[in-house]
Write a protein that binds this ligand. Structure first.
Ligand code: 5RP
Length: 271
């Protein structure tokens, strides 16, 4: 691995624990003013001390994040879709060049792939092309298995194996097309197969907001099953106590705390 890429990767995945807590705040690029991110600068300010890296779009980065105090940035560089046309969510393009990401002092870039959809080829090509460009600058590439609304359909009881097969397929495809880190969702009982089939570190997206205890439980399960950390959004910034929640997540990821211990910490810090 070239020096620059390895150095940037180490800014995201901390060498002392080999794990990461990334905070995802890129939802607005297709969801608009997402609950909890109406004023991203305010939301994020209290959370920055506890995240190893931040995942914004270039707009939020430039308008809401102080360049003097920003943590390592993984810039979201795919988009062009919106919730106004849900049926076209998979019709993504690249929205930023690798060169611009370097100008913004990003350590990495993130691109969604929509495996199994009408535009899968276009989105996989987005990732492959961005990986080629980003690696010229030693930028880390994060491939995101985007599942959109179909995640809810696949999350029905009894469909866990099917969901795991799908996420394993998408995560592997992300790695095969140049991702250095693959971001996916937790699937109970079968997550080890998703991790086992992917040659690059896996980080966990949280998905829709669930009760804090539940989110800490699946985070802990995912780490136990081999995830290298989280790139979590709504289950942190939509929490009743976001700063307490991110610290509770950190305690699992970096300190190996149990879900019960992490929840106790959440309650203690969150009042
Ligand atoms: C949107 C994304 C989000 O960053 C991802 O979903 C993580 O956020 P959350 O934990 O809220 O699911 O990739 O496409």
């Amino acid at each position: 691995m070239q020096w620059g890429l390895e150095s940037r990767l180490a800014q995201i995945i901390k060498p002392d624990t080999n794990r990461t807590v990334m905070l995802a705040i890129d939802h607005g690029y297709f969801q608009g003013p997402t609950t909890g991110l109406e004023e991203p600068g305010k939301t994020v300010e209290a959370l920055l001390p506890y995240c190893d890296a931040l995942s914004p779009t270039k707009g939020i980065l430039q308008y809401c994040i102080d360049p003097r105090t920003a943590p390592p940035i993984i810039l979201r560089v795919s988009g062009g879709n919106s919730m106004a046309r849900r049926e076209e969510l998979d019709d993504e393009i690249l929205t930023c060049t690798a060169e611009e990401a370097v100008r913004l002092n990003a350590v990495g870039v993130s691109v969604s792939i929509y495996v199994g959809t009408e535009h899968q080829r276009q989105t996989i090509q987005n990732l492959a092309r961005m990986a080629d460009e980003a690696h010229k600058y030693g930028l880390v590439v994060l491939g995101i298995s985007a599942v959109g609304t179909s995640l809810d359909e696949l999350r029905q009881p009894g469909k866990e194996e099917e969901l795991a097969r799908y996420l394993a397929l998408a995560s592997r495809i992300a790695a095969e097309h140049g991702a250095d880190i693959s971001k996916t969702y937790y699937v109970p009982g079968h997550f080890d197969k998703v991790v086992g089939g992917c040659p690059v570190p896996i980080v966990l997206a949280g998905g829709k907001k669930v009760p804090e205890r539940e989110a800490l439980q699946f985070t802990s399960n995912a780490i136990r099953d081999g995830a290298s950390g989280v790139d979590m959004g709504r289950n942190i910034f939509q929490s009743e106590a976001p700063a307490a929640m991110i610290q509770a997540v950190r305690s699992i990821v970096h300190e190996g705390k149990s879900p019960d211990e992490a929840y106790a910490l959440y309650e203690e810090l969150g009042g």
